[in-house]
Design a protein. Structure first.
Length: 148
């Protein structure tokens, strides 16, 4: 992960001098030297077993230009909060994300409505599926749309 982060920083630095905050996954602390890069800070999260970690990501997003993320939940949270994301093809945010860091200063902000609907319909627990809850929800929406 450390190598991937360094590659992203090097590429971002080709296009902008904006500050960069590196926030590793709480279960995957990295050995990373901030001093190797200009205007880069690392915030190593402290594992908090009551709330997952000590990061107030929503507050961080309030002062964030964009999120660079391979494929995990922070990208989804950023998109939901209207922050542009730069993600890999493996990310669930690929449909509403940016691919090339050369666009960091002018990121696209695709419409999130259809994406959010697709995402909402993919998140079910096994017992909910066994109870038929996804079909009930989808059926209700289809009836609302087509039986009016």
């Amino acid at each position: 992960m450390g190598q991937w982060i360094q590659q992203q920083i090097k590429e971002i630095r080709q296009y902008t001098t904006r500050p960069i905050l590196v926030r590793p996954h709480p279960r995957n602390n990295i050995d990373f030297k901030e001093s190797d890069f200009e205007n880069v800070k690392v915030r190593q999260p402290k594992r908090d077993f009551r709330t997952y970690d000590d990061t107030d990501f929503k507050a961080t997003l309030e002062r964030t230009w964009a999120v660079v993320n391979h494929s995990s939940n922070p990208a989804m949270e950023a998109v939901i909060n209207g922050i542009p994301v730069f993600v890999s093809e493996d990310s669930l945010c690929h449909d509403v994300g940016n691919i090339h860091l050369r666009d960091i200063n002018t990121p696209a902000m695709p419409n999130r409505h259809t994406w959010a609907h697709k995402l909402a319909y993919t998140e079910w627990f096994e017992d909910e599926i066994e109870q038929g809850l996804p079909w009930k929800r989808i059926k209700k929406r289809l009836e609302e749309k087509y039986l009016k």
